[in-house]
Write a protein that binds this ligand. Sequence first.
Ligand code: UD1
Ligand code: UDP
Length: 751
Amino acid sequence: MSAIEWLNMLMTFVIACVATVILTPFSIRLAYKVGAIDIPKDERRVHSKPMPRIGGLSFIIGFFISTLIMFLLCNIDRTVESIDVNIWGFYLGAVIISIIGFLDDINVSEKGLKPIVKLGGQILAAICIVISGARIMYINIPFLEMYGLNDVLSIIITIGWVVGVTNAINLLDGLDGLAGGVSAISVLSLIIIFVLNGSAAIPLIMVSALLGGLLGFLPYNFNPAKTFMGDVGSNFLGYTLAAVSMLGMAKTYTFMAIILPVIVLALPIFDTLFAIIRRVVHGKSIMEADRGHLHHRLVDLGLSQRQAVLVLYAIAAIFGIFAIVLMESAAWKAIGFIGIICILALLETKNIQIRKRKGLPKATVKNFSDGGKLRVMLVFGTRPEAIKMCPLIKELKKRDDIVTIVCLTAQHREMLDQVMDAFQIKADYDLNIMKSKQTLTHITSSVLNGVYDIIQIERPDIVLVHGDTTTTMAAAQAAFDSKVRVGHVEAGLRTYDKYSPYPEEMNRKIVTQIADIFFAPTENNKNNLLKENIDENLIYVTGNTVIDALKTTVKDDFEFDHPVLQELDFNKKIIFMTAHRRENLGEPLHHICEAVKEIAEANDDVEVVYPVHLNPAVQEVAHEVLDGIPNVHLIEPLEVITTHNLINKSYMVMTDSGGIQEEAPSLGKPVLVLRNETERPEAVTAGTVKVVGTDKETIVREATKLLTDSYEYEKMSKATNPYGDGNSCDRIVEAIRYYFGITKKRVKDLK
Ligand code: UD1
Ligand code: UDP
């Protein structure tokens, strides 16, 4: 090759690369504008944050700019093996296939484009390639004669090749940097093969532009990715790779012309072939996406995204090198090719799963006394967990020696977001698992899978979970599976009744078995843990972090901006009420609502405010029984700062909530607990909380007593605070630092 040809390739590469680097941030902004955002909503998706997904636009434009400059301004020879290649045919196909991908990325129709539309677009684009003059003209099968194809067969095979490679690259696009990196490696191999092959100028310019674009894009796409290339990118990539490999090999009328591009692209091609076989064998549609691709398998083996991608890069590089060697030394070809297929087939087998457990690291407590940073990951997903973990996040973030990672499971959605907004905390990960009327099994399996993946990416030194939700239990299990330490915030609460509260009592017991360090809110909680043979040295009495939260949220001059609360006459007796527990759903909740109805109708100096939990099973009953009663206000769940201030301005509280039993006493408000037992006996002992159950008559009787008997009311409304002094978060953080050897001083228990 002449120096000028090398220079042309270099210029194309640089222009494409620089243009892509500049354009990618714009593609990210555009993605937010047009709604091209990938939400991690199913287990196939390994990422955990919403992700812009039209990054491919940048390298497409980079490719167009650089190649057009070369073709239009630099007098590049446009013939390939005496055929005048019509580059405009190629560009037209590229535009068509990119538009199809883009429409899919912006969710132009709710369920994405119909497979038939996508396939139609791909075939149309492939026809454009045929029109441009690039075609597979010969099929050469070893030991048989070379077959020159007739026109019809040649066109059909060419279209099949383009559509096949396009879909293969599309399917490979499942991990950060995977499709881009593997394609870049394949392109590099093609460049070497083309140069050795003495290929024409057009394919050399095109591969240089592709390589430049891909290398410009990878920094944005490699893990942790800032953007995905999207279908727009993978469609274009597959299409262009298919076209250039035909153009680059046009001179070679041997078996090599077919086999070398197939080897170079073996990873995507065979992964796709195996996917098709897998789906056919399992009787599924071949279009149905699954989690059986090679990259999924590697992640399931316990590799992080980054490790899995690097392994696949290595495999792609091995194929590339193999193709180059094959071109130079023909003797290898048959044996080597079969060998590679065997390796791929082997990787696909389930045997490899045996290595899964062995891949886990040993559970050791690292010592950070030498100044290393401790990685603390908090996992939570419901409203009360968020209210009690947000102050802890703020405390952790104050420490220079700690890296804080926040992972939401979003077992709750709206009710969780309200809290995150109120505390102005942004999560690093959001699994977004909530479904309407979700089952406990759904929550457990989604949290287990999702949190496990994030732990593999982040490799925290400790995972902190809170309380007793199903998120808590499954996140602790995922940490244990990864041999990562678990810290249990709000540990040691018990009713000793397996089914009440359900499933919380069992959740917290399981977490007690898993956890390595325990933050008990009260001495009583610590004693529960001691009874279960937990090592006393691992238990810290810290107080409850909800009291830390209350210190920042309650203000005497607070003004409500909720329309119902603005209208409320606070000279009347405000009863703040909530009810949502699973064991109360159905009959018990009916009785509770009937009781509230009777209390409201009998006392016109009372206003009941009931923010109704979003669970449809709660909504239905509450509205059925309580709608239309003028002094009962059923409203949507309130944001936490408003809630705390509303409790502060209320006369009394009726609730089956756990957290409210801790908040109301410290604000001096009597609480009637609408359950048959409580795991929070401290305030009962102090006299501000009474457990009244779910029987209608009992609830009415006890509420009426508080409304009419001022002696009873005074007795219960003294402010008492068994749940802490508002410094719980500081104690927890110091306990963690002590556990990991950052500080030598053990923090004192709350007295
Ligand atoms: C969960 C916890 C419970 C905790 C409570 C706090 C479990 C098993 N239960 O119970 O310990 O006391 O949170 O509120 O972990 N929903 C929405 N939007 C939301 C939240 C909920 O629509 O923001 C609806 C959904 O239909 C969801 C249903 O409520 O399926 C139930 O949510 P779920 O988290 O399963 O149970 P909770 O009763 O909220
Ligand atoms: N809460 C809220 N908005 C509401 C009702 C409650 O912010 O409309 C707060 C409340 O102040 C307490 C927490 O939510 O801090 C309790 O949550 P929930 O009752 O959902 O759960 P539990 O404590 O029973 O687990």
